[in-house]
Design a protein around this ligand. Structure first.
Ligand SMILES: [Fe+2]
Ligand SMILES: [Fe+2]
Length: 137
């Protein structure tokens, strides 16, 4: 079973963003699956780095769109992204020190499930009507 399922609750109705969010959910589920099914360190680390890298490029897409169109709450939104980046960095340090304990990856994936849900529903969905009003589809 997946850790997180895509649902209409997450929809921003901006195609590029919805596609990226779907991919994020997918990558998060792959991390969860690698840990739960004991797929081994190599597969787990690959899934983890794919998720971290994709998250960075997704944040860059959102920040570009928000700044291009003058979204008024840009700074706060960017701060939320940065705060997550710091959390993930902290995790990566703990993970390295723990000799790559899969339980930490489990903990991170559960944290990310909550973070992503709250951030998409609570913050990303706030910029959506604004960007749509500027003609972003
Ligand atoms: Fe997002
Ligand atoms: Fe965001």
């Amino acid at each position: 079973m997946s850790l997180l399922s895509w649902g209409s609750l997450f929809e921003t109705k901006i195609t590029e963003i919805d596609n990226q969010h779907k991919r994020l959910v997918d990558l998060l589920n792959q991390v969860h699956d690698a840990v739960r099914n004991n797929k081994g360190e190599e597969i787990m680390n690959k899934a983890l780095s794919d998720l971290v890298n994709y998250t960075k490029s997704h944040f860059a897409t959102e920040e570009r769109l928000m700044s291009q169109h003058g979204y008024p709450d840009y700074n706060n939104h960017k701060k939320e992204h940065e705060a997550l980046g710091e959390k993930v960095q902290e995790f990566q340090q703990r993970y390295a020190k723990s000799s790559k304990d899969p339980l930490l990856v489990q903990e991170l994936s559960i944290f990310l499930k909550g973070w992503l849900t709250n951030h998409i529903v609570g913050s990303d969905k706030k910029y959506a009507p604004f960007l749509k009003g500027k003609g972003v589809q």
